[in-house]
Design a protein around this ligand. Structure first.
Ligand code: ZN
Length: 75
């Protein structure tokens, strides 16, 4: 009986250490991802051809993004 409890304890300890190492390993990774996300510019979609492009390169007309002047829908 004691062997079983000891075995369960060892397994639990193993999982505990594994989970702790995993979260320690993940923590800097998520920080890195957040930092790189900040560096990446917002992508917007052209309303005419649905192409994705950086916000700074897009034409914003009436709250709608377009990839080029020729794609701006004229009313
Ligand atoms: Zn377009």
């Amino acid at each position: 009986m004691w062997k079983l409890i000891l075995l369960a304890l060892i397994i639990w300890l193993g999982f505990y250490i594994f989970k702790r190492n995993l979260s320690n390993f993940k923590a800097p990774k998520t920080d890195e991802n957040m930092a790189s996300n900040d560096a990446i510019e917002d992508m917007v979609q052209c309303a005419t051809c649905a192409v994705h492009l950086p916000r700074s390169e897009a034409f914003l007309v009436g709250g709608i993004f377009y990839c080029s002047q020729s794609h701006i829908k004229r009313k």
